[in-house]
Design a protein around this ligand. Structure first.
Ligand SMILES: C[S@@+](CC[C@H](N)C(=O)[O-])C[C@H]1O[C@@H](n2cnc3c(N)ncnc32)[C@H](O)[C@@H]1O
Length: 334
């Protein structure tokens, strides 16, 4: 069996250097698949001109954004600078969304530092043309802070709208079976309880998601080298609820390309970008692989398996070298 994971690319400059020559996109360039349904740009979300270049006059009905909020990129930056940057890119998103559209944003809250940037971001959003609809919490399986604090296991997801977009949540049920009887309600003069009224044996998705498995290396969708991959199931839930088939979805912090793959699975189109040519290449390869084979990731390998295999995966004492660093990568949470 193959076993060729690579460690986190943000922490390994030597691997980045090896991979860069295999990346098709340079800064400012765009890749498009044969059908034109998928576009990937090596672009900066904070630049209005670059966002417009990717969109080429089209408007999207759904935006899903997952900015780098753990301050890896903002270690030297205080929260107000981060919020100024967010103001810029949320403005760019707003201008390429259709009149009736939805915008979802994943954003963290640092409990050791005033819960920033979440409340600051929420206040900033009040000054935009977006209207708040929901504040979703997704539960992670791994967490931190079990000894001296409540284990931190949540991921925050904000849901905003522009105009009056569709919302198909009627179709959105979890895998969790209903086990508790609900309250009683009069329907056509008869007293009914939840089991009678419901369309499904399962619980409907609400604004707390406890049924989504965090991505880890044993899952098919895992993309080794990526450090901030969102579960496909969470993105599929958003796409299901807030778009229809053939609609255009945008995600301008592509990273591993999760939104593009979820869009492909659900017959939507997706325009995406990342500022880093390596994550653009990973996104392109993941889209190509999914369209060719239906595979969603590289569970036992990595997107650069062909190029890196000979040279990179030398076996030392019966174990892959990168496998050792993987243990560390799996522990660190984004
Ligand atoms: C948190 S990750 C997104 C993870 C993604 N949702 C997934 O499931 O793989 C953030 C990504 O944003 C990219 N990024 C950072 N600044 C950017 C910018 N100004 N424009 C576009 N992409 C940017 C980073 O390179 C990184 O890949």
């Amino acid at each position: 069996m193959k076993n060729q994971p690579i460690p986190r690319l943000d922490e390994n400059p030597e691997i980045r250097e090896k991979i860069l020559p295999f990346c098709r996109l340079k800064e400012g360039e765009i890749w498009e698949d044969k059908s034109g349904n998928f576009r990937v740009g090596c672009l900066d979300i904070a630049s209005k001109a670059e966002v417009e270049y990717l969109m080429a006059g089209r408007r999207a009905v759904l935006s899903i954004q997952d900015p780098p909020y753990n301050f890896i990129a903002f270690q030297e930056t205080d929260v107000s600078e981060f919020i100024d940057w967010c103001k810029k890119w949320t403005g760019n998103i707003e201008s390429v969304l259709a009149n009736d559209s939805s915008a979802y944003i994943w954003l963290g809250a640092d409990q050791r530092n005033g819960f920033q940037p979440l409340p600051d971001f929420m206040l900033m959003m009040r000054e935009t043309g977006f209207h708040p609809r929901s504040f979703i919490t997704m539960r992670n399986q791994r967490g931190f802070g079990t000894q001296k604090n409540w284990m931190a296991v949540r991921q925050e997801l904000l849901y905003y709208i522009k105009g009056n977009p569709i919302f198909n949540v009627e179709a959105e049920y979890t895998d969790i079976p209903k086990i508790l009887r609900g309250y009683y309600k009069e329907v056509n003069g008869e007293t009914t309880e939840n089991f009678e009224r419901s369309k499904s044996e399962n619980i409907r998705a609400g604004n707390v998601w406890v049924d989504v498995q965090q991505v880890f290396y044993r899952m098919d969708e895992n993309v080794n080298g990526c450090y901030a991959q969102k579960p496909l199931k969470s993105i599929e839930r958003i796409i299901h609820a807030s778009s229809n088939e053939n609609d255009l979805v945008i995600d301008f912090f592509s990273h591993s390309g999760t939104t593009a793959i979820a869009s492909a699975k659900l017959n939507r189109r997706c325009f995406t970008m990342d500022i880093d040519p390596i994550f653009c290449e990973i996104t392109i390869r993941r889209i190509e692989r999914f369209l060719e084979t239906g595979k969603t990731g590289w569970q036992n390998s990595n997107p650069f398996e062909k190029e890196l295999s000979e040279e990179f995966f030398r076996v030392e004492e019966g174990e892959n070298v990168p496998l050792k660093s993987r243990a560390k990568a799996q522990q660190s949470l984004f």
